[in-house]
Design a protein around this ligand. Structure first.
Ligand code: IMP
Ligand code: MG
Length: 180
């Protein structure tokens, strides 16, 4: 897998320290509240599993699968719900957990959706952010790293369903996606 990697952007130890930092803020802000953490599949699953284990109060968890990408590296702008959550969000505090905010299309859509479903509040927690690429106006309430405009994989993030199990966040060699 590493033969397709240009460089390691965020090593394992840094990732784990950052997850603890984010969790500490959520612990402070939400303790005692009725919280549902919504993991956006599949990219956020690794971050999500690490994050919820650092929370020191009771939370409900749920999963949603959406797509805006084909198998390529550009956002189509059209969001499809492939799998919806099972729980009701009305009257609950929703924290959407995403791997990365790129164009912002996905999170813009999801935030609006949960507010329409009468969540008490909706916050966005994204491990990574590529602010240069933003098309929709949306900011993360909790964010791990702002990164430059490069295509990254690992720590849950994929290119065409590969590289998700790399434990670091890595920059993919551009030849890998340019050849498709
Ligand atoms: P947005 O709707 O354009 O903000 O796209 C968000 C989704 O695009 C994320 O959940 C990722 O699945 C995917 N994505 C955006 N940038 C990258 C990247 O650099 N590597 C892997 N996936 C990415
Ligand atoms: Mg994703």
């Amino acid at each position: 897998m590493y033969s397709d990697i240009e460089k390691i952007l965020i090593p394992k130890d840094e990732i784990h320290a950052k997850v603890k930092e984010i969790a500490a803020k959520i612990n402070e802000d939400y303790k005692g509240k009725n919280v549902i953490m919504v993991c956006i599949l599949r990219g956020a699953c690794v971050f999500f599993a690490d994050l919820i284990r650092e929370l020191d109060f009771n939370v409900a968890i749920d999963f949603m699968a959406v797509s805006s990408y084909g198998s390529g590296a550009e956002s189509s702008g059209i969001i499809n719900i492939k799998k919806d959550i099972s729980e009701k969000v009305a009257g609950k505090h929703v924290i959407i957990v995403e791997d990365i905010i790129d164009s912002g299309n996905t999170l813009f859509y999801l935030k609006k959706l949960f507010l329409e479903r009468k969540a008490s509040s909706v916050a966005v927690c994204a491990f990574l952010d590529k602010p240069e690429r933003r098309v929709k106006e949306i900011e993360a309430d909790y964010c791990g790293y702002s990164i430059p405009n490069a295509f990254v994989v690992g720590y849950g993030l994929d290119y065409a369903e590969s590289y998700r199990n790399l434990p670091e966040v890595c920059v993919l060699k551009s030849q890998v996606y340019e050849k498709h």
